[in-house]
Design a protein around this ligand. Structure first.
Ligand SMILES: [Zn+2]
Length: 247
């Protein structure tokens, strides 16, 4: 293939820009914030489940407390009814009076036992409320951390996007300077050889594969016309001669 020396040299600018674009893509895909957000999301799911479990426990205890309070209420009402009957003087049989007094005594005993149950449930409920609040706080703080990381990710992506846009502008200008056949050839080689289609010959060494050319190859290149597109024998990439090729 033939291409003016100035176009071949211009191809090196295109390679540099394409390499830069590849690096920006790689960076955008591999931002540490991406993995960090995933980790925090998993943590949020776990903490949210723990909050829900604490809320369920709390609502169970609330039900248990209402039940215990209603048990106390029932026993108290019954004792009051019995006391009223006793005070009314309607009960005259000594046997019946004795039964009534004994029932009132046992109801009072029962009431204080049930009141103990209420107190116990209230204590457990208080502890459960503390647990719930603590878990909620932890969840809130992880969510805030996630938001921060997410914001950092977004702003870094914006920077990368701005760099991409300016590199793309430069790329369009360089491409406009190049003949289509050279461009196509370069594009094909770039796809084939890990993103590098053209490399400079720098003081006897190919910048694509970093290997030194043999004296025979150098001699061959030295005598080749300027507009002949050469390729590195080692890596097959377009080998561009510049003022610092050492020929
Ligand atoms: Zn090479």
């Amino acid at each position: 293939m033939k291409a003016e020396s100035v176009h071949q040299i211009r191809l090196l600018d295109l390679q540099e820009i394409d390499t830069r674009l590849d690096q920006l893509d790689h960076r955008a895909r591999n931002l540490p914030e991406i993995a960090e957000v995933q980790r925090l999301d998993a943590r949020i799911t776990e903490l949210h489940e723990r909050v829900v479990a604490a809320e369920t426990e709390l609502s169970d205890l609330g039900r248990e407390q209402r039940k215990a309070e209603s048990d106390v209420e029932q026993v108290r009402n019954r004792a009051e009814r019995d006391s009223k009957r006793l005070d009314s003087g309607q009960v005259s049989s000594p046997k019946e009076l004795e039964n009534l007094q004994s029932e009132i005594a046992s109801l009072h005993q029962r009431q204080s036992e049930l009141e103990e149950v209420v107190l116990d449930v209230m204590e457990r409920r208080e502890a459960a409320e503390q647990r719930r609040a603590q878990r909620q706080q932890e969840l809130d703080s992880v969510r805030a951390e996630r938001d921060e990381v997410e914001e950092r990710r977004s702003s870094t992506l914006l920077e990368i996007e701005a760099d991409r846009a300016s590199a793309s502008d430069r790329r369009a200008r360089v491409v406009a300077d190049l003949p289509q056949d050279l461009l196509d050839f370069y594009t094909k080689l770039r796809e084939q050889y890990a993103g590098v289609g053209a490399a400079a010959l720098h003081y006897g060494r190919c910048e694509g594969c970093k290997l030194a050319l043999s004296p025979a190859e150098l001699a061959d290149i030295r005598h080749a016309p300027d507009d002949e597109v050469r390729r590195c024998e080692q890596c097959q990439r377009i080998l561009v001669r510049t003022s610092s090729s050492g020929l």
